[in-house]
Every structure is written in structure tokens, then in C-alpha cells.
Design a protein around this ligand. Sequence first.
Ligand code: UGA
Length: 465
Amino acid sequence: MKIAVVGSGYVGLVAAACFADMGHDIISVDNDANKTAMLQRGEVPIHEQYLPELLARHGGKRIAFCSSLPDAVAASDAIFIAVGTPQGGDGYADLSYVESVTRELARAMNGYKLIVEKSTVPVFTHDWIRKVMLLNGAAADSFDVASNPEFLREGTAVTDFLYPDRIVVGADNARSAAMLREIYGPLTSGSYYQAGPAVPRPDGTHIPPALIETSAKSAELIKHACNAFLAMKISFINAVANLCESVGADIRQVCNGIGADERIGPRFLNPGIGYGGSCFPKDLAAFRAVARECGYDLRLLDEVININEDQRHRFLRKVRRALWTLRGKRLAVLGLSFKGGTDDVRESPAIAVVEMLLKEGSEVRVYDPAGMQRAREILPASGVTYASSPYQAASGADALLILTDWAEFAALDLDRIHAALGYPIVVDGRNLFDPAVMAAHGFYYYSVGRPDVQSSADRRTAGIE
Ligand code: UGA
């Protein structure tokens, strides 16, 4: 199939690369001429595992990069819209990029096209796309609009796309449903996996994936409801972790106990400093807003959002509990991206915590394996220095704070960290370490939903007792 993918952000670029790997001919179009030129030179603008390999394999062959939407539309049978839908006023999704792409698309029509929403959009967006197409001169029988929400996570986007739990196809007529079935045929028939896929299969995935057919409206709701449910699961476990702290219980034990119930499951039960990223915060706000507009007050989501916001303030209180005063303290911070495995710092709770620490008068020395360049664009210049390793960040610091769940942090040499720190205090917002191990290494260790570790030997050496 000849496919145009409009927008080369996380979703668009990954979809383009993966569709190409599935055997389709792709034109990836973006109005950012610099980004397009970069992609044409073979450079990859985002940090995403396997993406460089797929782009190197298919760039200039099965994927062409261009910045002319009309050219891309004219050469394609299906057009996937994967442009940004940022948060607008009152929580609503700002759909102005979707609208302007649709207008341009209507004027470039040269035969039947299937228009597919790939960006996360609120319910009824497919109706609006249809209206805008008609208003801009497209003949009613020259196009269909379908919804094909994407469930990929940053950091594992390529494997999520190629080994999905399910594929949701929201199509309101047989023609568009058939086209989408054909596009995903290599995955759903299993032929892609038999042909020796470029990307290895992750543990626990089922192949071939199921394809779920729904109406366009249901598919739009599935995407918002899915992100809202996952965020609710995180806020729920954070709330229970807070209760564990109040009563002296251990959230790990509680999670083992509740996660073993198959109806609940063990995944997405990691407490911490709250969820962030470019999806959950904006999608919850948009879901809340569109539900209200459609006559249902989804108040449940208010509490999910409140708990999430509160989690970073609780962490700051924990840092105060560990350090007493914050003004003038030199703190080592590990992690700036909104989660491990990505350079994305948008809506990162780690960035929010660093900003709060700076406001309190602390100085921070930060380290992140991938997010430092992007963080520099957001964080103030004064009060923050950037280290080249976790050990350099820790050197001479009054405490070490862990704000992102990078696998590399969980594998730190604890003796080296202990030796580097000015005081052996670790405040872990992501529960990366076992409290017993931290105690054995002589740390004071504060984590989320688990009892604090106080090391008596180090209490004396640090002069705190
Ligand atoms: C999320 C969804 O997981 C994807 O299915 C969806 O496609 C995507 O949003 C989107 O709508 O585009 P993503 O934002 O990449 O993916 O990140 P997640 O892995 O879901 O993590 C989101 C946040 O929740 C992170 O800040 C993470 O640290 C936090 N989290 C996650 C927890 O605090 N605890 C957990 O147990 C899991």
C-alpha cells in the first residue's frame, strides 16, 4: 500500500519506519523543513530504540521524506494524520494542526483516499475531519475517515508498534475497514514475523496480534479511556503507597498481593513521583473536557490528576525530612526525562522536582543518560550544573535524589556512590533499590511506600547524631 504519514514526531516517525518494515511504500511528510532535511540526511531526531536501524534500512528506498503535503497525498492511497494535538485552553485538545492538515489534504485530492487519525484525538474528531474535507471541496465519495489509535510507549515505540497487544481499527464502512485490514495484514496474518523480522520479539508478546474492529467513535474513545485507565492505575498505587508510609507497611508486598489477582495484573503498579510525559497529562485533561462537553462529568479523573500533582510535593517533603533544610544544599539529581529509556522531558515530574528544589535555594548537579540536552532548554541556567556520569553528579553532594527509572541507575556501583557522596543519603523517587541492600551499604535511604532506612554507623560518621 502507498501510505503518507503526516507528522514526523514520535508517533509519525515510528509508524512510517514500521509500516515500511512491514512492506509498504511510505512518504513521511512534515512542514518542518529542518527536520525533513535532517531525516533526508539519515539523521534521527529522537532517541528511540531500533528506529535508527529501521530508518537506515528503508530511508530513500521504502520511505521518502518530504515537506510537501500535496505531493505526498497525490502519491498515496491512505493518509495517516500523526501531527501534534497539544493541550489547549480549559484542557481541550488543540486540534488546529489536524484541521490545517485536513484543509490542505482536501485541496490535494486526486482520487479516493482513506484518511486515518493516528494522533490522539477526542471523540467526534473524525466527523470534524469529514466536514472540513467537504467544506474545502473534496467530493463526498472521494474519501473515508477512520480512526486507528496508537498505543506505543516512548522508549519501546518500535517494538510496541510491531508487537502490539492489539490493533484497533475504527472504521464506519466496509471499504475503509478492508483497507486498514490490508495495511496491518503483515502483522495480523503473522507473515511479518515469519519473514525474519528486523526487530526481535520482546518477551511476553502474543503473535499474531488481534485486530479489533469498531466504529470510529468507539476507537476514539478507546484511546482516551485507555490512557485514563493507566493513569488511574498509577495514581491508585501512589495513593496506596502513601497509606503504606502512614502505617509502616511495604508497597512492594502490597503490589505483589494485589497484582497476583489476574483481574488487576502486576503491570503499571510502580509507585513514584507521578506520571508525566507528552501523553497522560494532556490526554486526561482532554478526556475530562470532552466528556464534560458531551454531558458527562468524569470527576473521577480530577482525583487521578490531584493525586499525581501531589506526589511530587510529597517527594519534596521527603527530601526535607531527609535533609532538614534545603537552602544552600548541594544535591545530586539522577534523571530528568519523564521515564527511563527516552530523552523526552515534556511534563516530566523530574523537571518539576528540580524546579521546586531550585526555588527552595538548593543547588543541583544533574545527570541523565539522554535527557540533558532537552532539559537545558527548559531549566534555568543558574543553580543547575550538568554532570557527565552519576558518580560525578554524586561527588561531594549532600544527598542523591533519583527521579527517573533508568535501568542504568538501578545498576549503579553503590560502594562508589557511597564513597563519592558527601553524606550517604539517597532519596529514591522511583524505588530502584532494595532497602535491605541500601542498609547493608550504609546509606540512609528514603523511597516511596516503604519504610525508611536509617544507618546508625553512618549517622555517626555524617555527624547527624
Ligand atoms: C503512554 C501509554 O503507556 C501508551 O500506551 C500510549 O500510546 C502513550 O502514552 C500515548 O498516548 O502516546 P508513554 O507516555 O510513552 O506511553 O509512557 P508510559 O510508559 O505509559 O509512562 C507514563 C508515565 O507514567 C511515566 O512518567 C512513567 O514513569 C509513569 N509510570 C508508569 C509510573 O509512575 N508507574 C508505572 O507503574 C508506570
